[in-house]
Design a protein around this ligand. Structure first.
Ligand code: AMP
Ligand code: MG
Length: 401
């Protein structure tokens, strides 16, 4: 049976990044950048005030204090968005607001709280604090210089990158075409939520969670109707989905039972099975195949097994298709708050909860049909076969939150 790393390797080497790029709004959160973007401008765009206050010549205020104020003549007022056409000369000041461009001649801003006004003498300002040269001034280009790389090929458009692209006036970015990922759930027992349940039937739950996860990668999920455990029906739906999508993710029907038809259905339509079974728990019966350059990911039906195999084996492939640089779930160090035991002979990806202090505890019962522990978990710990990870040990948590 394949180890997880080899399975990941074989999948990734079969993935071809999508050809061509399309242009989208630079606010397209979650998409992967296909072509690096550099800044067309300096940020800040011009020297400006960090405070509501007064532009001065710092030297004019050098003797100012609460007990010995300095008086300067007010010669103008610059709201954010305006510019001052005159010049601050010795003995004068200009009223500024946060973001107002610095008037020429001024070399510091004294904040409003360190000044006093007298309604009877509106053209004078009393300064109760000295200012150092360039105090409270935000400099042109101190944040981002024109020509700085804002987003590299393979980066994800995070809210932070969207913010900087907008601030530099970039409205569009090149991204790969959105791959369409077909989602199929197999199982005669499955019913759509909202439909009546006959005895023995259950609600189908994998397509909804997988659709959310697929969207998170930047790809587009395409949900297909439920299919019963029947070779011809499974084959028909697989043929349709493979024709319409870049890759298809199925759940259920990949085990050894006589009602498991996904592998046979795929092979009878001419697909090649690259491998079946990975030495992990949950998720052993995972299958990977391809039909021409289209990929099939056959996940086990148990919702926990489906999500764990999706995260470890499908997610990296969807990201690679879109040219992403980061393919795997991020790993966070944590300290076990309780012992995790794996008595089996496959690596067990246990559902855990890691808290804000890095304390890691089991998210509950680890059986693969237990959804309560899946809902509570925010990560997985890879517990080696026949081993005990003791409370207090340092572990790596693969996080998905
Ligand atoms: P299978 O992999 O088809 O043998 O299914 C394993 C277990 O997962 C069975 O108990 C199925 O009823 C359940 N199951 C399979 N597919 C789904 C699904 N899409 N939603 C919820 N449970 C499922
Ligand atoms: Mg089944």
């Amino acid at each position: 049976m394949l180890e997880i790393e080899e399975a990941q390797q074989r999948i990734l080497s079969a993935v071809k990044p999508l050809a061509g790029a399309v242009t989208v709004l630079s606010a397209a959160a979650g998409r992967i950048v296909a072509q690096s973007v550099v800044s067309a401008v300096d940020l800040p765009l011009f020297d400006n005030s960090a405070m509501d206050g007064y532009a001065v010549k710092a030297a004019d205020t050098s003797k100012a204090s609460a007990t010995n104020s300095v008086t300067l003549r007010l010669i103008g007022r610059v709201a954010a968005g305006d510019v001052f056409s005159g010049e601050v000369t010795a003995g004068t000041c200009v009223r500024l607001f946060t973001g107002s461009p610095m008037p020429s001649g001024a070399d510091a801003v004294v904040m409003q709280e360190d000044t006093r006004l007298d309604p009877a003498q509106p053209d004078l300002v009393w300064f109760l604090e000295s200012a150092k040269p360039w105090e409270n001034v935000r400099f042109k280009g101190e944040d981002i210089k024109r020509g700085t790389l804002l987003a590299a090929t393979g980066d994800r458009l995070t809210f932070g990158r969207i913010s900087v692209l907008a601030a530099t006036g970039c409205t569009e970015v090149a991204v790969p075409r959105q791959p369409v990922i077909g989602l199929i759930a197999t199982g005669s027992e499955l019913r759509e939520a909202g439909q009546p349940l006959s005895p023995g039937a259950i609600y189908e739950s994998n397509r909804a969670s997988l659709a959310a996860l697929v969207s998170q990668t930047g790809a587009k999920p395409k949900v297909y109707p439920l299919v019963k455990d029947c070779l011809s029906a499974t084959r028909e739906l697989l043929e349709q989905a493979i024709a319409e999508c870049d890759a298809v993710v199925t759940s259920g029907g990949v085990s050894v039972g006589e009602f498991d038809f996904v592998k046979d259905a795929f092979q009878t339509m001419g697909g090649q099975i690259a491998f079946w079974k990975v030495a992990i728990k949950p998720g052993r019966p995972f299958v990977f195949g391809h039909w021409r350059d289209k990929l099939l990911f056959g996940l086990p039906g148990n919702p926990v097994s489906a999500l764990v195999t999706y995260l470890l084996l499908v997610r990296p492939a969807l990201l690679r298709m879109q040219g992403a640089t980061e393919l795997h779930l991020p790993k966070y160090p944590g300290v076990l708050a309780e012992t995790l035991t794996n008595r089996g002979n496959r690596r067990h990806y246990m559902r855990v909860e890691i808290d804000a202090n890095g304390r890691v505890s089991s998210a509950g019962i680890q059986a693969s049909h237990f959804l309560s522990s899946l809902a509570r978990a925010n990560g997985l710990v890879d517990v080696p076969p026949q081993s005990v990870l003791n409370a207090g040990e340092l572990v790596s948590v693969l996080r998905w939150d």
